[in-house]
Design a protein around this ligand. Structure first.
Ligand code: F6P
Length: 328
């Protein structure tokens, strides 16, 4: 019979995302409500290995629902990839009397949790926290909505100056492996072209589209480039390439960078994180383990972590079509 769960740990891991604090708050408060002890682990798996733990009660998470970043800090931890590292982490959890954990993070963090569960039969539950929205088993990850709103706000501002000077801007957004941020913010901000890792249409098509756009009477243009796009050129090289082949354009580059990961979470991300945290704790108490909480059709669902980490989510083909039509 599975061991009764009396103490649950929560931590954030990998790249941070807005709404992680709301997720921590939700796990802590769900534990308090259900009379389960809760422990926060600082700096993800690194803190687990080092025993960097702090007891948390309902009041330790006051006034954090609105804050970006993560009060528990986050880290990418090489040591946890080793069996020795995971053994140290397990010893620390056992010493602290922790019976299960909730990890808020992305694919890498879930892979670690799965290995840990397989080695120690330790109950784990995942909550998807990444701005990239690239995790299977959920339509939305915590932080994605905030990130695309941040990007749209930034591009609106860039558009003002682009339009004043009749310029073309290449705007680089995050998305190492996937183009969800680029595509959604691109449609939302009315970009002329969106370059994403899932689709390499080639540089010729970019030139054609820019030519068309000039011909059709547009005086300024925004091209969004996901950092993992497959043109083989970074934004600065793209600028040079276009300047060389289309001297009619005065081109500038803007790399939005890590500002996309910060800021107060949107209401959507706060509600999502709050719902997911409750579901994560309740599921552990029901004896479930090795799942990630996700959302689909506005219902919370559980997906085995092994499935969630198999691949990245597919790009939305319908949205690509809409984007193509909108650039007419
Ligand atoms: O959180 C995921 C992500 O935003 C990727 O899109 C990006 O490539 C990466 O983080 C950058 O992470 P860092 O520079 O913090 O290691």
């Amino acid at each position: 019979m599975a061991k009764e769960i009396k103490k649950i740990a929560v931590f954030t891991s990998g790249g941070d995302s807005p709404g992680m604090n709301a997720g921590i708050r939700s796990v802590v408060r769900a534990c308090a409500y259900l009379k389960i002890e809760c422990v926060g682990i600082y700096r993800g798996y690194q803190g687990m290995i080092e025993g960097d733990f702090a007891p948390m009660d309902a009041r330790s998470v006051n006034n954090i629902i609105n804050k970006g970043g993560t009060i528990l800090k986050s880290a990418r931890c090489e040591e946890f990839r080793t069996a020795e590292g995971r053994k140290k982490a397990h010893d620390q959890l056992v010493n602290a009397g922790i019976d299960a954990f909730v990890v808020i993070g992305g694919n890498g963090s879930f892979t670690g949790a799965l290995l840990f569960n397989e080695e120690y039969n330790f109950p784990v539950m995942g909550m998807p926290g990444t701005i990239d929205n690239d995790i299977l088993g959920t339509t939305y990850t915590i932080g994605f909505d905030t990130a695309i709103n941040t990007v749209v706000e930034a591009i609106d501002k860039i558009r003002d100056t682009a339009s004043s000077h009749n310029r073309l801007f290449f705007v680089e957004v995050m998305g190492r492996d996937v183009g969800h941020i680029a595509l959604n913010s691109g449609v939302g901000a009315g970009a002329e072209e969106i370059l994403i890792p899932e689709q390499n249409l080639g540089l010729e098509r970019l030139l054609e589209s820019l030519k068309r756009s000039k011909k059709s009477g547009k005086s300024s243009s925004i091209v969004i480039v996901a950092e993992g796009d497959k043109t083989g050129k970074n934004v600065f090289e793209l600028k040079e390439y276009v300047e060389e082949h289309l001297p009619i354009y005065d081109v500038r580059v803007s790399v939005l960078g890590h500002m996309q990961r910060g800021g107060n979470p949107t209401c959507f991300d706060r509600v999502l994180a709050s719902r997911m945290g409750v579901k994560a704790v309740e599921s552990l108490l029901e004896g479930k383990s090795n799942y990630m909480v996700g959302i689909r059709d506005n219902n919370l669902i559980l997906t085995p972590i092994a499935e969630a980490i198999k691949a990245h989510t597919d790009i939305d083909e319908e949205l690509i079509r809409v984007s193509d039509i909108m650039t007419t």
